[in-house]
Design a protein around this ligand. Structure first.
Ligand code: NAD
Length: 371
């Protein structure tokens, strides 16, 4: 069967769905791999590297006669319509935002697999692209903060006297938050963090950071995710967090609730309590912002001199390794469906059942949801 990787078309997307290193595994499994010429360039992978790895590199439309199509971003509705009936797509394909692509996949008779819907069970960890990409974003967030800050992160004892370490506060201690904590710690900052899930306290402490305990109920949802806050709780959380934010040199926010706009954790009033030269990095800027006033892809300087960086396509800013990890997630998922060179989705497998959003000309409801 033929697996195709077209160039990503969404502006700002620099990742590629398969990197050369992974091609040998696919060829060994009996698949023919076709890469659109130039598809890997923005992630630093050349056509020659793909050819040497055993893929065919082609110009023009590589998807129309492919059996499987792997991309990072969802295929556009037009691209879905060009696929042959029965083709399988693997990509990010959010059921809340990629609605047109999902409709087009259903009417084209395509089996579309959404990486966002891969369940968070231990067997699927190696296929969890949300996790691998959040890891990249969290690392980048801490580096951006260090770069924008006019202060050192570490404690320094110099002949000219002692430099105190930066005080970094991280809100949201999931995959991205924990990686931001780890990176800021490696740079020598003093880090504290808050999350609504009680389970995150031990994870934060295991990174050598301090967990901020607030007198508030926990908000643990299903699948290891958080639940949405009521407005009352949100207001109370903001009030209790204000002194921590006022004392921070750097604030990194990573909070999210699946399928919802980003929770608003920090208001402009709270930012006005920070000292001039403080830095805010909001990884949730693209989904509404954890911090009032951040803009995706921009640095906004407030009237009190706080520089606020709004994240946009953050994993793409680490395109080489983000692509490498993404490729492994895609291939692990693909191997689950591949026997002797033939890829067949098995809907009795709970991973495929949960992640396939269309099949056989219709949108799907996972078996679990039917029970
Ligand atoms: N395969 C697995 O078992 C698996 C894989 C990945 C993650 N997980 C678990 O899921 C957790 C969350 O994953 P994620 O990072 O993808 O989540 P996410 O991106 O949906 O959210 C990021 C963090 O924001 C937090 N948050 C939400 N609302 C908040 C608020 N109002 N205030 C403060 N924090 C808030 C969440 O609790 C979460 O930790 C992980 O830490 C882990 O425990 C499990």
């Amino acid at each position: 069967m033929k697996l195709a990787v077209p160039k990503e078309v969404r502006s700002g997307e620099k990742r590629v769905a398969l990197v050369p290193d992974i091609i040998a595994k696919l060829v060994k499994a009996g698949l023919e791999v076709v890469i659109e010429s130039g598809a890997g360039l923005t992630a630093e992978f050349s056509d020659d590297q793909y050819t040497q790895a055993g893929a065919k590199v082609q110009s023009g439309d590589v998807i129309k006669d492919a059996d499987i199509i792997a991309t990072v971003q969802p295929l556009t509705p037009d691209a879905m319509k060009r696929l042959k009936k029965g083709a399988i797509t693997i990509s990010f394909l959010s059921p809340t935002t990629a609605i047109d692509s999902i409709e087009a996949a259903a009417s084209a008779g395509v089996t579309a697999i959404s990486l966002e819907l891969v369940p968070r069970i231990s067997r699927a960890q190696s296929m969890d692209a949300l996790t691998s990409q959040a890891l990249c974003a969290g690392y980048k967030a801490a580096l951006v903060a260090a770069e924008l800050s006019p202060r050192f992160f570490p404690l320094l004892m110099t002949a000219a006297g002692t430099v105190t370490p930066a005080n970094v506060v991280v809100l949201g201690a999931g995959v991205a938050g924990l990686q931001a904590i780890a990176t800021a710690k490696r740079l020598g900052a003093v880090v504290s963090a808050y999350d609504v899930r009680p389970a995150s306290a031990d994870e934060v402490k295991s990174m050598g950071a301090k967990f901020i305990t607030l007198e508030l109920e926990a908000l643990e949802g299903s699948g290891g995710y958080a639940r949405e806050m009521t407005e009352d709780r949100a207001a109370k959380q903001r009030e209790l967090l204000t002194p921590y934010i006022a004392a921070a040199n750097v604030l990194i926010t990573t909070a999210a609730v699946p399928g919802r706009p980003a929770p608003r954790l920090v208001t402009a009033q709270m930012i006005s309590t920070m000292a001039p030269g403080s830095v805010v990095v909001d990884l949730a800027s693209e989904t509404g912002g954890n911090v009032e006033g951040t803009k995706p892809g921009e640095i906004v300087t407030t009237s009190n001199g706080v520089r606020m960086w709004g994240g946009k396509d953050v994993p793409s800013q680490l395109a080489f390794h983000a692509s490498m990890l993404f490729s492994r997630n895609v291939v692990n998922l693909l191997m689950l469906m591949t026997k002797e060179g033939v890829v067949t989705p098995d809907f009795t497998d709970e991973i495929i059942d949960a992640a396939a959003v269309t099949h056989g000309g219709a949108k799907r409801t996972p078996e679990l949801a039917k029970k």
